[in-house]
Design a protein around this ligand. Structure first.
Ligand SMILES: Cc1ncc(COP(=O)(O)O)c(C=O)c1O
Length: 388
């Protein structure tokens, strides 16, 4: 064949995160690279899935998702996110949060439109946008204090700006956007008339002193905001592929339609089990926050002791650390050294920036593993880095 493949696809590369995972598995190492969250899942949710299958919930669901799940979700969104939504018209259940993001971008953007991403970014936010031929603009999050400069944001807004992507709590930095920051971003979105897409996948992973605020709950921002979240991380079910998006009815109707053409529907019996997930008691989320606070503190302490410079994550379960104090030429070198010698996987920082130089000397660690694994990883790193 001489005919060329799609150019955006030709330019795609396997993400660094997956290759690190593959090598880590070969070595039998501890994977602090990919955010797979290999923690146990609640028995009640598993039982609900068995029951849904036994109860023959086998056919395609409504293209917006199972109605009873949307109803329970609307309650959760009212109580937790402080946003009132109509489950009939303002929510779509999707093939993971990723399915929601893909359908949202396809719905909002035409080739040549511009998207604004905070950088460092979650790789899928960039790569899906590129696949849709969307032009990318970025605003830096400073990793030493997790702040950003509003003037940097003002500078990248143009008449072609179609939407800004927020990710709060943030992957990969652990930043939680403050109310003041969200008000400023929302005000700019109104002034320049662009949409806001907010990925709130880690909304339950918040550390003391910080608060998760959904931008859709502020002022009149709901009218221009698509809020994306999902079940993968909160309930340890990344392989179930269950997510959702809520926002203005006229957008959700189209997003659900696009999602239908790409995926038809999320897995029907697992949507029924999702109802059980949303009914977990408050103690479930309290225990999650307690255990992740312990993991975060263990990692911050351990990595600082090893010579990394790191800002304490405010939420989510990642840390983007700076290894400039350790004498390596790049994050790639450091990552492969640690993988081969200490058998601990971390992702080179370049995966989270447009240009590799910006991510050089940085590594992202994910701490969604049990504490024994985290301690083992820190010990193995210590043996290698402190022996130098
Ligand atoms: C910010 C963010 N959004 C979305 C996802 C993926 O969500 P899902 O598994 O629901 O597609 C991830 C997974 O790492 C993530 O970090």
């Amino acid at each position: 064949m001489t005919k060329k493949l799609n150019q955006e696809v030709m330019d795609l590369r396997q993400s660094g995160i997956r290759s690190v995972t593959m090598r880590c598995n070969e070595l039998g190492g501890v994977n602090l690279g990919q955010g797979v969250c290999d923690l146990p899942m609640a028995e009640e949710i598993k039982t609900a899935a068995y029951q849904a299958i036994a109860g023959n919930k086998n056919i395609y669901s409504d293209y917006r998702g199972v109605a009873s799940l949307r109803e329970v979700l609307a309650e959760k969104i009212k109580n937790f996110n402080k946003v009132l939504v109509n489950p009939e018209t303002e929510i779509a259940i999707t093939h993971g949060a990723t399915g929601a993001y893909v359908a949202a971008l396809k719905t909002l953007f035409s080739p040549g439109d511009e998207i604004i991403l905070f950088e460092p970014f979650y790789g899928y936010h960039l790569h899906v946008a590129k696949l849709f031929s969307i032009n990318i603009k970025t605003v830096s999050i400073h990793i030493d204090d997790l702040s950003f400069d509003l003037n940097d944001l003002k500078k990248v807004i143009s008449k072609n700006t179609k939407a800004i992507i927020l990710c709060t709590p943030n992957n990969p930095t652990g930043k939680v956007f403050t109310k003041q920051e969200l008000l400023e971003i929302g005000k700019l979105a109104e002034e320049h008339d662009f949409y806001i897409i907010t990925d709130e996948m880690y909304e339950h992973f918040i550390y003391p002193g910080h608060e998760h605020i959904s931008i859709a709950s502020l002022n009149n921002f709901k009218a221009r905001t698509l809020t994306i979240s999902g079940f993968s991380k909160t309930y340890n079910m990344t392989g179930w592929r269950l997510g959702y998006v809520f926002g203005p009815a006229k957008l959700i109707e189209k997003i659900a339609l696009v999602h239908d053409f790409f995926y038809v529907c999320p897995v029907t019996p697992l949507q029924y089990a999702g109802i059980q997930a949303l009914q977990m008691p408050a103690s479930y989320y309290e225990a999650l926050q307690r255990s992740f606070l312990q993991k975060r503190d263990l990692m911050v302490q351990g990595l600082r002791y090893l010579g990394f410079t790191c800002t304490e994550p405010q939420g989510a379960y990642y840390m983007l650390v700076d290894g400039s104090n350790l004498s390596f030429d790049s994050g790639e070198d450091l990552s492969s050294y640690l993988l081969e010698r200490a058998k601990v996987a971390a992702v080179p920082g370049s995966a989270f920036y447009l240009t590799a130089e910006q991510g050089a000397k940085k590594l992202r660690f994910c701490f969604a593993l049990n504490s024994e694994c985290l301690e083992k990883a820190i010990n193995q790193l210590q043996q290698v880095l402190k022996a130098n």
